[in-house]
Design a protein around this ligand. Sequence first.
Ligand SMILES: Cc1cc2nc3c(=O)[nH]c(=O)nc-3n(C[C@H](O)[C@H](O)[C@H](O)COP(=O)(O)O)c2cc1C
Length: 328
Amino acid sequence: MLQIGSLVVRNRVWLAPMAGISDRPFRRLAWRLGAGHVVAEMTAANKALWDSPRSLERRQAGAAGGLHAIQIAGSDPVDMAQAARLAVDAGADLIDINMGCPAKKVCNRMAGSALLQDEELVGRILSAVVEAVDVPVTLKTRAGWSPERRNAPTVARIAEDAGVAALVIHGRTRACRFKGAVEYRTIRRVVDAVSIPVIANGDIADAGTARRVLDETGAAGVMIGRAALGAPWLPGQVAAELADRDASAPDFETRRASILDLVDGTHSFYGERRGVRIIRKQASAFLEAHGASRHEIRAFHSLESAAAQLGAIGAFEDIHESNLKEAV
Ligand SMILES: Cc1cc2nc3c(=O)[nH]c(=O)nc-3n(C[C@H](O)[C@H](O)[C@H](O)COP(=O)(O)O)c2cc1C
């Protein structure tokens, strides 16, 4: 268990917010399969974008499970405070502020990780949001703006002073985007700089890595992003293994059942036409991880109906398991 302000999170392995991936069907399933905490995809605080159908869909409540955590991004303290208030009015239990996104679309509007260049503005945004709502506010950010300017410890202190309840640090700078090794040392410096919980993020794909990162950084928990693509059970599995080294991983049939659940849930949430397109990324990550050939993945991408997608996954044999069967 982990305390975030007045709220309790059930374990220390969280699913990362990922635009286009961690939608409600995915969050709901990851939560059901044991993730400690799940966060909705980022929505722009900008008034013109806040009520767009896409933003509404991203924030949709109806409890994905656990706390309803809404992530907002923006660079105007007034807009951010207003967005946080609206999110809470719509049922959010927790507001997460994104200052970690390196995307051009976000950075050009001086949101996401671009804000890390302006610490004074960071302080004003965080204070405005914390003052606007009576639910805990968390901050997700990076190790800093650039390798020459790893200012996450300073930003973390600003956040703590503003009343932020917990931090998630992706251990890369904005300039590094997704390249290079994650700097767990910078995360350690953040942990040493503040007394609120810090969650370590970046390149964590199994319990062994999670354990090592927790040891090296002293973080209160870990957040898993890309490794959970097509593997909604992963955060829950890592949480179980951290709690009990002998916890077993789900077998292929169980994993397949989870993916079928996700595919079906995605079709229902978006409707068949959109759902079939949206789920391709996750389904092919699952297929690839279980040995599907390029040809099989291309064939999956050409399927246009819900029934065909479910049928293809239902008929798919894990290449590793069939090799094993042949060897026996
Ligand atoms: C496709 C994609 C979309 C993402 N969208 C968001 C987002 O909406 N909000 C956010 O804070 N981070 C976002 N991220 C960053 C992740 O939350 C996470 O910090 C990053 O992927 C590093 O963790 P990992 O190595 O476990 O993937 C996104 C990452 C990816 C790959």
